[in-house]
Design a protein around this ligand. Structure first.
Ligand SMILES: [Zn+2]
Length: 112
């Protein structure tokens, strides 16, 4: 796979390829994992306007209880679901450019 461009990064964690993108609602990165392995998402290969399927449901324990960020990434836009606990729920926004250069964020690598 060539460079993943402005919006995406990838990492191989636990022997699985993961695609990483930046969430403007959480101000942090989210990821999907590709097959083989489970769970697995599909990526249409469009690095300028990516689509992942199915949705990505992220949850974690925050200072105010359980935080949820549930969203679709379709055609380069993040569509936040109503069950998000953040203020961007129900909104659809363009996927932001990944704010960190390749190989500078938490061990995330990008092949050139
Ligand atoms: Zn998020």
């Amino acid at each position: 796979m060539a460079s993943l461009g402005r919006f995406l990064r990838r990492a191989a964690c636990a022997d699985r390829q993961r695609i990483i993108y930046f969430c403007p609602a959480c101000d942090s990165a989210h990821q999907i994992a590709l097959a083989p392995g489970s769970p697995a998402w599909t990526f249409d290969g469009n690095i300028e306007a990516p689509t992942f399927s199915p949705s990505n449901l992220c949850s974690w324990s925050g200072s105010d209880g359980e935080e949820v960020c549930h969203h679709f990434v379709r055609a380069g836009r993040i569509e936040f679901c109503p069950d998000c606990t953040h203020a961007m729920r129900r909104q659809t926004v363009p996927l932001p450019e990944f704010p960190y250069a390749p190989n500078t964020y938490g061990g995330i690598e990008e092949d050139s």
